[in-house]
Design a protein around this ligand. Structure first.
Ligand SMILES: [Zn+2]
Length: 330
């Protein structure tokens, strides 16, 4: 354990020249990585996000985590940082996060002033899409939807090879699929309110009086023959397919990359989702629905790519990331 309590795995970092460090800030954990000149993961780190202590404490924890990553990689030439919520990639400001509670934090400038290195900064989901398209399941594809499904549902979109950077875009979780459910966003009928991991658990408990903690338990119950679990799961899949049919009609993705915790369900989710989407499409080109390849590390690797992109011309070396070993333990 390090002085800030990070869990670490991987080989010593100091032997690799032109490394970058990357940090992905989530609501419950911050994931850090040291990447070598070819964007291979040298070591991974994880810290708890002290969300319950308030946004100012979280900001300090982010800055401390960057310090610690740089202390582990003293040859690092750039820093990448990605955060959730409403994020202005261009000004380098985290405008708002409902989950963490911060407002208008100029992260890029604060980190750059602190460490004196180029800083790539961006939104966690868009960074995940960047990583999946550069290094992962959507390599070389021009029209991509990256769809992490976890506590909530968000999306990041590549259209004709360009990442849509509009910070208000990609909110597929709030398409009205007629779910009949109230959504945490204040609207009604949203996809997220029926098909997120959290919603699946809540709806199962409401239907049965049960007390499952998450969608994974609902999946296990379904596999063991629980009818209510199968109904809730099927309604989630149907709602996802409806939202994806709408997206397909609008933007004709070639590949839809499903990430987030629910992607851990594998073919129990993807198989019925492909089938239901096929039922709904008539003339549209059917997209390939694939699981995220970079799993939990997509946003962190995306932060590394942003760090590389922030380096002065002549320093960047496009490379191919290889995750060495399993993800850091929670
Ligand atoms: Zn909503």
């Amino acid at each position: 354990m390090s002085r800030t309590g990070a869990a670490r795995e991987g080989s010593p970092a100091a032997v690799h020249p032109r490394m970058v460090v990357a940090l992905d800030v989530g609501g419950t954990a911050m994931k850090g990585a040291v990447l070598d000149a070819d964007d291979r993961v040298v070591s991974l780190y994880r810290w708890p996000t002290p969300r319950s202590e308030g946004p100012a404490v979280v900001v300090d924890a982010v800055l401390s985590a960057v310090d610690e990553l740089l202390a582990c990689a003293d040859d690092a030439v750039a820093v990448g940082l990605v955060v959730p919520g409403l994020v202005d990639d261009h000004s380098g400001v985290a405008l708002y996060s409902e989950n963490i509670g911060w407002h208008d934090v100029p992260f890029r400038d604060r980190v750059a002033e602190r460490c004196g290195l180029p800083v790539g900064f961006g939104h966690d989901v868009r960074a995940g899409a960047l990583a999946e398209r550069t290094l992962g399941a959507a390599r070389g594809v021009d029209d991509v939807l990256f769809l992490p499904i976890g506590t909530g549902i968000s999306g990041a979109m590549y259209v004709a090879g360009n990442l849509v950077e509009n910070m208000y875009g990609g909110e597929i979780g709030h398409i009205d699929v007629g779910s009949g459910e109230d959504c945490a966003c204040g609207s009604h009928g949203c996809l997220e309110a029926i098909a997120s991991g959290a919603a699946i658990a809540v709806r199962y408990n409401r239907a049965t009086g049960g007390s499952v903690a998450g969608a994974e338990e609902v999946l296990h119950l379904m596999v063991s023959g629980d009818v209510a679990a199968a109904t809730v799961w099927g309604e989630a899949v149907d709602a996802l397919a409806r939202a994806l049919a709408t997206y397909t009609s609008l933007l004709a993705p070639e590949v839809i990359v499903i990430g987030g915790g629910l992607s851990g369900a594998g073919e129990a989710l993807l198989g019925p989702l492909r089938s239901r989407l096929r039922d709904l499409l008539v003339w549209q080109q059917e997209p390939r629905i694939v699981p995220a390849l970079l799993a939990d590390n997509a946003a962190c690797l995306g932060a590394g790519l942003l760090a590389r992109a922030a380096m002065p011309p002549g320093f960047a070396r496009p490379g191919r990331a290889v995750v060495s070993g399993p993800p850091a333990t929670p």
